[in-house]
Design a protein around this ligand. Structure first.
Ligand code: SF4
Length: 363
């Protein structure tokens, strides 16, 4: 759901900036793509999770979200035990919309807070202020939503002063049952990328990244949140089921511009620009832009990488124990119940460790 009111300074997602959201056109496109795909690769008869992601799905309003879920329900089914998540910006959350989302079956909201610091929010070009984050959480709870996740961003440039500890504490005070924490990266073709190119802003050094990553780990764990994936924390029983499925290689379908799907061996993705996607589905043309097939070796490498991202870790087999003894000596990993698990220090080296393990295994 690509519509945003404006582009945040750090965001390189394929979005469609719109002052007025073309809800009817978008829902029409979703219905058409679902019908096209039903002829080629029908949806599973029952879904475990649904994730309405963005862009900014909350800008579709109450009725728009209900229509999208209704369009999906025409091709498959799910029951009350399914996890149905919508991403929302705090300033889009009203009592009327939250009530309509619940009525339509939404039972989890991922709230894009990012920071509680007013200056940092302005620098990020977010459309909300800090007060709206707490108010949105209250409105969602009032509507009956208990599963609320809050997104935060760390490793801001030193020229954007804010207290990371303060942000963590204000998030914890709202008692969401899930928190996602992402390190800022400077991407080309974003406002931040341009500021960086012009020398107006300098990326946070690795030492600050590490310090803030470890501070989030210590602060959130002390508050009762389990650090169960490199970027994700949950109160007991509140892990994100949808994202956890990605980390277990569960097949998933996907609809909409830039959507990615996976059938267990092949990944494919739709064209990203909204106008092109809409034109294709209206012409009855399948909107897939590309794809990649994963052979047994590639799937095995991915499994290792994905396994190391989570506290589930990897089953220790072959010579993995011997090959990772240096990691354990350095405090980067442990072996518990026959599984190799990275520690927070290990997650700071995730890419290098995963490459080390998979490359060594393929020699
Ligand atoms: S609201 Fe989200 S998707 Fe939209 S520009 Fe900002 S970060 Fe990107």
């Amino acid at each position: 759901m690509p519509f945003c009111a404006r582009r945040c300074s750090y965001c390189d997602f394929s979005i469609a900036v719109r002052r007025d959201v073309p809800v009817a056109d978008y829902v029409d496109g979703i219905r058409r793509e679902l019908e096209l795909r039903a002829r080629l690769e029908p949806l599973a008869p029952a879904l475990d999770t649904i994730y309405l992601g963005g862009g900014t799905p909350s800008r579709l309003g109450g009725e728009g979200v209900a229509q999208v879920l209704g369009a999906i329900a025409a091709h498959t089914s799910w029951d009350a035990s399914a996890e149905v998540t919508i991403e929302a910006n705090p300033d889009d959350v009203t009592a009327e919309r939250a009530g309509a989302w619940v009525e339509a079956g939404v039972n989890r909201v991922s709230l894009g807070a990012q920071t509680f610091d007013e200056c940092a929010l302005l620098w990020m070009r977010r459309t909300h202020d800090a007060e709206q984050i707490g108010r949105a959480v209250g409105v969602l709870r009032e509507a009956g939503l208990r599963d609320i996740s809050i997104d935060l961003i760390f490793a801001l440039p030193a020229s954007v002063p804010r207290s990371w500890q303060g942000d963590l504490e204000r998030a914890i005070a709202l008692r969401p049952n899930h928190v996602s924490v992402y390190g800022l990266t400077v991407e080309a073709h974003t406002p931040l990328g341009r500021w960086s190119e012009r020398g107006e802003v300098t990326e946070s050094p690795d030492t600050s990244y590490e310090r803030e990553f470890l501070l989030a780990h210590a602060t959130l764990e002390a508050a009762g949140y389990e650090h169960y994936e490199v970027s994700n924390y949950a109160l007991p029983g509140a892990r994100a089921r949808h994202n956890s499925s990605y980390w277990r290689h569960v097949p998933y379908a996907a609809i909409g511009p830039a959507a990615h799907r996976f059938d267990g061996a092949r990944r494919s993705w739709n064209v990203a620009p909204y106008a092109e996607w809409l034109a294709r589905v209206r012409a009855g043309v399948e909107p897939t832009e590309g794809g990649e097939s994963l052979g047994p070796d590639e799937l095995e490498c991915e499994r290792a990488y994905i396994g190391l991202r989570t506290t589930d870790g990897l089953v220790v087999s072959g010579d993995v124990e011997a090959r990772t003894s240096r990691w354990r000596d350095a405090g980067w990993a442990t072996i518990v119940d026959g599984r190799l698990r990275l520690t927070a220090l290990g997650w700071l080296r995730l890419d290098a460790l995963a490459a080390d393990l998979t490359l060594a295994g393929s020699r």
